[in-house]
Write a protein that binds this ligand. Structure first.
Ligand code: B12
Ligand code: SF4
Length: 533
């Protein structure tokens, strides 16, 4: 690189390959991590920074290729990037990431990538046209790296990276985790090109103190202050007219006092601006033990809580290291519901048994238990996935030792989203049966065509309740009666059935795609290869 010129960093969030439960949401949101890295890099004097999320390039201004993805050849011609960075947290998007890296490298750009997949498999990244793989948080590293490239300096002194030096893999000293978030710039949505955002991702807590066997999050939790997050939210409301937020922290209530304080600040702010903000969070079911926390969530008008239940079977919870047993799950779920919160429940089906906690439950019985629990708990929306042996997890190591992972050259990273069997299941059950159990027997039993009739009956029988509220509004000139009545009707009688019917259509499409695609053929080859080893 030469002096006296402005350089460009382009960060790309690569497209997710499969149609799944997140496909619609992905079009309306983005990832907050790359925006934080971009904001930090943008502080450098000689660098222009831009971010694309290939999953949300909805603007007509975005040049598109024949697959309706951003046309990088045109973009690079219009605004050449000197360095291209990639968000590599989600394994399914890795093949696309490597393809883009190859393209940009062929045009002479430098490439750098961060995120969970990359930090667990940095050598794989270097073999696939990534010049520098970044471990953990990227805000400080990216600045040091860009400055080193700008000034033609060696990379050895930059902490937390892996790169090739004289054709040998070189990993530098570990970079300490960030604790002082106040010193970091806020993720900058102005740098995101071509996207239309409906759900703004924000984040206050990084890492998690639990140690679930299947999870790729390994760093200890560090929390930004409630005020720090509130300032970001106010800024987004006031500059972007943002109304819907997804707080991406792994466990919203990692520090309970801070969580309550944040809820109170959010409640106050909504009162002040006279507008309701729509907030979704991720938290643990065990938070139900703290009613003051749930009451604060209600005060803050939280809309939905996403909870990883994982399984209603104790031996599976033990194998996962989940840290709780199934006996309290129903009671805790009810407590969340009693506080007026919608629950999106996330489950893993077919978790591979551990020798220490082995039990012999036939698959039919497992399906029965999952269905019974889901019905009794009255969870509002549901996601059941198959076990994903993610890179960098103890689970993947265990299955690799047991020789059960399907070879990657048959079933590649693009299938690692929980919709496909990725290893030989327990007890001689076939992977096809496992996949059917999730889609037809459990998800299919929840997301049913039947919901369509529920929608119709609700409109016929419950919608007339709004007539009285409308009359009251007309008489008193106060719209609050009709608004409140409508919100109650929507929440109580409409929301879940419409979502369940939407889920039914999504599932049907998914099964159609599976039959039309090549996965089942690949699975047969993978099974054959595994047996031969
Ligand atoms: C929010 C979230 C989602 C949201 C995404 C919304 C969004 N776009 O933000 C939703 C709910 C949609 C989602 C879905 C899924 N997710 Co998710 N998700 C997360 C979660 C909880 C938080 C991400 C976050 O905001 N982190 C906070 C930011 C600040 O950190 P960060 O993203 O890591 O970014 C930092 C570094 O990585 C680095 N960095 C990032 N990008 C770059 C780029 C460059 C150039 C550099 C230098 C550095 C760098 O610097 C950043 C700032 O410090 C993570 C867990 C986690 N803690 O990361 C899981 C996680 C990323 N998800 C995961 C998974 C598995 C999934 C699903 C497959 C789950 C499922 N079974 O359906 C789906 C896949 C979706 C799809 N479309 O196919 C795994 C991914 C592991 C892997 N190897 O694949 C994680 C790690 C959780 C886990 N249990 O292990 N997810
Ligand atoms: S699954 Fe959730 S609770 Fe378990 S370690 Fe990962 S982030 Fe923490």
């Amino acid at each position: 690189m030469n002096n006296g010129k402005k350089y460009r960093l382009r960060i790309i969030i690569p497209a997710f390959p499969n149609f799944n439960i997140y496909s619609f949401t992905a079009r309306e949101t983005t990832s907050v991590g790359p925006l934080a890295v971009a904001a930090s890099a943008n502080q450098l004097e000689n660098w222009d920074v831009e971010v694309f999320d290939e999953n949300n390039c909805r603007s007509k201004l975005c040049p598109k290729d024949k697959d309706r993805l951003p046309d990088h050849a045109k973009i690079q011609q219009e605004r050449p990037a000197d360095v291209v960075g990639f968000y590599g947290s989600i394994t399914t998007s890795i093949p696309r990431l490597y393809k883009l890296a190859e393209f940009y490298k062929s045009l002479g750009a430098k490439t750098v990538a961060g995120g969970k997949h990359i930090e667990n498999l940095p050598e794989e990244a270097l073999e696939h046209n990534i010049d520098v793989a970044v471990f953990r948080e990227g805000e400080i590293t990216i600045k040091e790296l860009l400055l080193a490239w700008e000034n033609g300096k060696e990379l050895d002194t930059i902490q937390g990276i892996t790169f090739l030096k004289q054709n040998k893999i070189h990993t530098t000293k570990e970079r300490p985790l960030i604790h002082d978030f106040d010193a970091m710039p806020y993720p900058d949505f102005n740098l995101l090109l071509y996207a239309k955002i409906k759900y703004y991702p924000v984040n206050r807590i990084r890492g998690c103190n639990m140690k679930c066997e299947f999870c790729a999050v390994k760093e200890t939790a560090r929390c930004g202050s409630p005020q720090w997050l509130m300032t970001q939210i106010k800024h987004l409301v006031e500059t972007k007219n943002a109304r819907r937020f997804f707080e991406t922290s792994d466990h919203f209530a990692t520090n309970r006092e801070d969580a309550i304080e944040f809820c109170n600040l959010l409640a106050e702010y909504q009162k002040k601006i006279g507008k309701r903000l729509h907030f979704t969070i991720q938290t643990r079911i065990t938070d139900a033990r703290y009613p003051e926390l749930l009451a604060a969530m209600k005060r803050a008008n939280f809309h939905m809580v996403c909870i990883g239940y994982e399984s209603p079977i104790d031996e599976e919870l033990l194998a996962m290291n989940k840290g709780y047993r199934s006996k309290d799950l129903l009671k805790w779920t009810k407590t969340f519901h009693d506080h007026g919160l919608f629950i999106h429940g996330m489950f893993i089906f077919g978790y591979p048994q551990k020798e220490k906690y082995k039990i012999n439950i036939p698959i039919k019985e497992k399906i029965k238990r999952f269905r019974a629990f889901i019905k009794q708990s009255k969870i509002d929306t549901l996601q059941v996935v198959q076990t994903i042996p993610l890179p960098g997890t103890e689970l993947r190591d265990r299955l690799a030792k047991e020789g059960r992972l399907y070879p990657l050259d048959r079933i590649g990273w693009e299938y690692y989203d929980g919709q496909f069997p990725l290893f030989k299941p327990d007890n001689g059950v076939s992977p096809e049966i496992m996949q059917q159990a999730v889609f037809k027997e459990i998800m299919g039993n929840f997301y049913r065509f039947h919901s369509f009739w529920n929608i119709t009956t609700n409109i016929l029988f419950h919608f007339p309740r709004l007539v009285f509220a409308s009359a009251l509004t007309i008489i008193t000139f106060r719209v609050k009666y009709i608004i409140n009545a409508f919100l109650i009707w929507k929440k109580k009688y409409f929301r879940n059935y419409i979502l369940r019917f939407g889920g039914y259509i999504l599932l049907k499409n998914w099964i159609k795609n599976l039959k039309a695609g090549k996965f089942l053929e690949k699975l047969n080859r993978a099974k054959f290869d595994l047996e031969r080893r």
